[in-house]
Unconditional design. Structure first.
Length: 84
């Protein structure tokens, strides 16, 4: 039996937020960015991985997920997190 449709604006908003959270979790899992920390230093540069993500989004106009996917594969801490 299907769940009842949301009626109020607050219920609709809560339902949309719940759907967005599920989609984000699936995307992060598929792109292997669920372990992205952002706080470590990018390669051996004087800025963090998160700052690199922000710069890539601004410079290239790409999504946060695409930038994270690119950065996490170049992160020097990926080996510590069990990533190759």
């Amino acid at each position: 039996k299907a769940a009842p449709e949301p009626v109020t604006a607050a219920e609709k908003q809560a339902e949309e937020e719940k759907k967005a959270a599920v989609v984000k979790a699936v995307v992060e899992n598929e792109l292997d960015i669920s372990n992205f920390c952002g706080g470590c230093m990018y390669k051996q540069m004087p800025f963090t991985c998160q700052r690199r993500v922000e710069w890539m989004m601004d410079a290239y106009g790409i999504t946060e997920d695409a930038a994270k996917e690119s950065v996490i594969h170049r992160c020097h801490n990926r080996l510590r997190r069990g990533r190759v």
